[in-house]
Design a protein around this ligand. Sequence first.
Ligand code: NAD
Ligand code: WQD
Length: 336
Amino acid sequence: MTILVTGGAGYIGSHTCVELLNAGYDVVVVDNFYNSVPAVLDRVEKITGKKLKYYDCDIRDREGLDKIFAEDKPEAVIHFAGLKAVGESSKLPLLYYDNNISGSVTLFEAMENAGCKKIVFSSSATVYGNNPIPYKEDMVTGDVSNPYGRTKHFIEQILGDVYNADNSWSISLLRYFNPIGAHESGLIGEDPNGIPNNLMPYISRVAIGKLEKLTVFGGDYDTKDGTCIRDYIHVVDLAKAHLCAVRKITDSTGIEAYNIGNGKGYSVLDIIRAFEKVSGSPLNYVIGDRRAGDLPAFYADASKANRELGWSAEYDIEKMCEDTWNFQKKNPDGIK
Ligand code: NAD
Ligand code: WQD
């Protein structure tokens, strides 16, 4: 079976390509390499010992997509392609709406045109906004504070309308919590351009000496140690959830959302301590001001994915830090 993976050269996409190839799927990647490099795909082939096909193509390019669907005839799509920087999205909302929403609509049109109606979509815990924790899939979503998060909410709604109009679609909305970690080979991992926005890549760049110190955004939250609580999930666990979702959408029609998280909350200081343990060195950090828009705490109720997808997270925080550190040490200047 052939799976078309948009954004397959990115952080989560590349780890998912490894799992798909290992499970015997044929993989066709569509990526415009805006936030990744083709060399990542060579590394995916090296890890798996298998070949994949890729196209340098933007998901807003309808003609390009039509040719790919005609040539490769994928049976299902996993849709990762998108921009994801929360802060940037508030400065450049139209870029985010064009890339994420127009891009997704163009992709869905190309799928419909080709008769390919099975899709796994990369959504985010951010759609839950200010709900009580743990987050559950049946909560009302959409009270989101930034354009990036709104693109995820809107795309979920669009896919809902697509399904309501044509019940032969099969759609899985995976709401990721905070993915960190890397493949244990150290060949692929999170490799952001410039100064990282997210906690784990920032920590690992401080640890390797590329950045001077981490600022912990706020030490006065109403949490066990004053720092924010998040549900961190190993990217390989997350990648495996896509395999379960692909099996589900090939078996049935419908639209379902699933939380993909560990179901456990860790504070920023918990992560720093775990990282220090695996790296064997103290991390240079200071406690600074709160970051605008941060929620004090959120984590998943992942029981629906456990029950209906037969998926559960395996790796703990220590393994997440170990694999991040291994990737950082083996790729001090990133993947070129
Ligand atoms: P990433 O930036 O590493 O990967 C995204 C990939 O999509 C990149 O390779 C990029 O070049 C490609 N891309 C972007 N716009 C494109 C376009 N118009 N056409 C073709 N390719 C395009 O990001 P990631 O962390 O792997 O995230 C993958 C998906 O998961 C995104 O949709 C993101 O919003 C979502 N998500 C990520 C997180 C996270 O914390 N990493 C959490 C929740 C949801
Ligand atoms: C984690 C914790 C920060 C950096 C974001 C998106 C979310 C989803 C995942 C895509 C927070 C703290 C961070 C730093 C810090 N992405 N922190 N110093 O904000 O939970 O979630 O990524 O869908 O939508 O919002 O992740 O890694 O930025 O932050 O103290 O330099 O680390 O305050 O508590 P976040 P993050």
